[in-house]
Design a protein around this ligand. Structure first.
Ligand SMILES: NC(=O)c1ccc[n+]([C@@H]2O[C@H](COP(=O)([O-])OP(=O)(O)OC[C@H]3O[C@@H](n4cnc5c(N)ncnc54)[C@H](OP(=O)(O)O)[C@@H]3O)[C@@H](O)[C@H]2O)c1
Length: 281
């Protein structure tokens, strides 16, 4: 877990925590019984919380855990593994080959899927516009944008066989606000995925496939360990109307909601912002 755990503002911590827990428990543990979910970037951060939420709701999850298995130690999924409800695969999405290998793993594991969640991604680094190299540009675009297009294309035939199929893509508040210094290409890729998802929602509606996005604000995960300082995060926290950074658990229910036909069957082409009011559009 990230060492930058959310600092709860005094007076509101217990209420925020219990509301979050209540939200998780309120999802029916059979909501995704008999359903197959494909999820990328499930090894930590937001993806790990989303994985836990779908397992709680009875899904079978074919998960991409990240680039490589964590070094040593159990990953807390042994029960679900024993029940055959979770399979983990690792590959680097900075190359098309990594995406292709995960798609092959999914096809070898199942003939149909009900939910695809494209979540793997990161800023890669902070690159000032005047010194950005072609290789840096290409690797940010490949990971955050092209991999989403490629995996979606590869898995559409399986989704078309699913029951009430849905795609949920992770975008970012930076797609609307432009992000911070050195993240212009990352922000641009997230804006691409948001618009791509809206266009796909129109194109795939006839096939019964809904397409939506979750747009996290500033969420306390390893992501910010790498790309922010404690001072920058504290300044951000103070600017957020709800006066705290988000958590991965704040985000997970939005994915469950958007993936569940019973809850959001009339919602498609939308971007759900999870940001404590940091951006109100
Ligand atoms: N945290 C935020 O404030 C925030 C805000 C807006 C949007 N987001 C988005 O939310 C998603 C999840 O981020 P997070 O905060 O949970 O970050 P995180 O804790 O760093 O997790 C990112 C996940 O993506 C995977 N990933 C990164 N680079 C990869 C690569 N080259 N190939 C394959 N997998 C790779 C990571 O695997 P490894 O373990 O191999 O790195 C990890 O599983 C990302 O798409 C991110 O852009 C985050």
């Amino acid at each position: 877990m990230c060492a930058l755990a959310t600092e709860w503002p005094s007076g509101s911590s217990s209420r925020s925590f219990s509301e979050r827990e209540a939200g998780r428990i309120m999802f029916d543990s059979r909501l995704f019984e008999g359903r197959t979910v494909v999820l990328t970037g499930a090894g930590r951060g937001i993806g790990a919380a989303v994985l836990e939420a779908f397992l709680h709701c009875g899904a079978r999850v074919i998960a991409h855990g990240g680039r490589a298995p964590p070094a040593g130690g159990p990953d807390g999924l042994s029960d679900a593994r024993q029940d055959g409800r979770v399979q983990m695969f690792y590959s680097d999405f900075s190359t098309s080959d990594g995406v292709t290998r995960f798609a092959e793993f999914v096809r070898d594991s199942t003939h149909e899927i009900d939910v695809l969640i494209n979540n793997a991604g990161t800023m890669v680094g902070r690159f000032p516009a005047e010194t950005l190299t072609n290789d840096q540009y290409a690797s940010i675009v490949q990971l955050n944008q092209t991999s989403v297009v490629e995996l979606t294309r590869e898995l559409l035939p399986l989704l078309q066989r699913g029951q009430y199929p849905a795609i949920v893509n992770t975008v970012s508040i930076s797609a609307r606000m432009g992000g911070s210094a050195g993240s212009s290409i990352y922000a641009g890729t997230k804006a691409f995925v948001a618009t791509y998802s809206k266009a796909l929602a129109r194109e795939l509606a006839a096939s019964g496939i809904r397409v939506n996005c979750v747009s996290p604000g500033t969420i306390a995960t390893d992501f910010h360990e790498r790309y922010s300082s404690p001072e920058k995060l504290e300044a951000t926290r103070l600017s957020i109307p709800l006066q705290r950074l988000g958590t991965a658990e704040d985000c997970a229910p939005a994915y469950v909601f958007l993936a569940a036909h019973a809850l959001s069957g009339y919602v498609t082409g939308q971007v759900l912002e999870i940001n404590g009011g940091q951006f109100i559009g």
